[in-house]
Design a protein around this ligand. Structure first.
Ligand SMILES: Cc1cc2nc3c(=O)[nH]c(=O)nc-3n(C[C@H](O)[C@H](O)[C@H](O)COP(=O)(O)O)c2cc1C
Length: 190
């Protein structure tokens, strides 16, 4: 993996929400969150229910020193709906990994969990999507159409990369390495 200098504080006080979905690539996201924090960003995380099969809340809570959000109907939430409060808070919504499912839902405006509802509440220009999926899913015309529609709306994309996929095959659909995603985030903030 290419190394990055993570102590330049290039992201000082930038408020970033990292969305995590149910992809095997989620194992890379704790490192990404850690790199963002070490560059000075304030990081909150939102996990889908299926992300919880791949990574644990405790990991993100410990690395970001912030609560991990996953419940749209959290009885302990403040009076403001959580998705609106989070949308108002963030400078960037970074969804990494983004499943074919969340990409389809955002493209269609579906809001059936906290992350998809948050995504509809955040401006497209403040949304960066990092796809991760098997190449069969990535190359499917419906996925291509959804990605094109989101790009047209102003959403930013980082990746996917080509390489070894979780299924053991080589192809397009691999989540970029955390260092590469960090570079895309730095570029976003200029
Ligand atoms: C072991 C395993 C790995 C998976 N990896 C991916 C993946 O990398 N990308 C993807 O789009 N879906 C993947 N899926 C399917 C998603 O988990 C599934 O579509 C799920 O509904 C996504 O939910 P979410 O987008 O709400 O997190 C995987 C499923 C399993 C069982």
């Amino acid at each position: 993996m290419r190394q990055v200098s993570a102590n330049k504080k290039m992201l000082k006080n930038k408020k970033i929400i990292v969305g995590i979905t149910g992809s095997i690539a989620a194992y890379k996201t704790p490192l990404l969150a850690s790199l963002l924090v070490s560059e000075g960003a304030k990081v909150k995380t939102v996990m889908t229910g299926n992300a919880g099969f791949f990574v644990g809340k405790l990991t993100f809570r410990t690395l970001t020193k912030n609560p991990v959000y996953s419940d749209l109907f959290d009885p302990d939430a403040d009076f403001d709906p959580e998705h609106i409060a989070l949308a108002d808070w963030c400078d960037l919504l970074l969804i990494a990994p983004a499943t074919a499912n969340i990409i389809s839902k955002i493209a269609a405006g579906i809001c059936d969990d906290l992350l998809s509802t948050l995504a509809l509440s955040v401006k497209s220009e403040k949304t960066m999507i990092v796809p991760a999926m098997n190449s069969k899913m990535w190359l499917k015309p419906v996925t291509k159409r959804n990605v094109e529609a989101l790009k047209k709306d102003g959403c930013l994309f980082s990746g996917p990369a080509k390489g070894r996929l979780a299924c053991g095959q080589d192809g397009e659909g691999r989540m970029p390495e955390p260092a590469d995603i960090l570079r895309a985030v730095r570029d976003y903030f200029g």
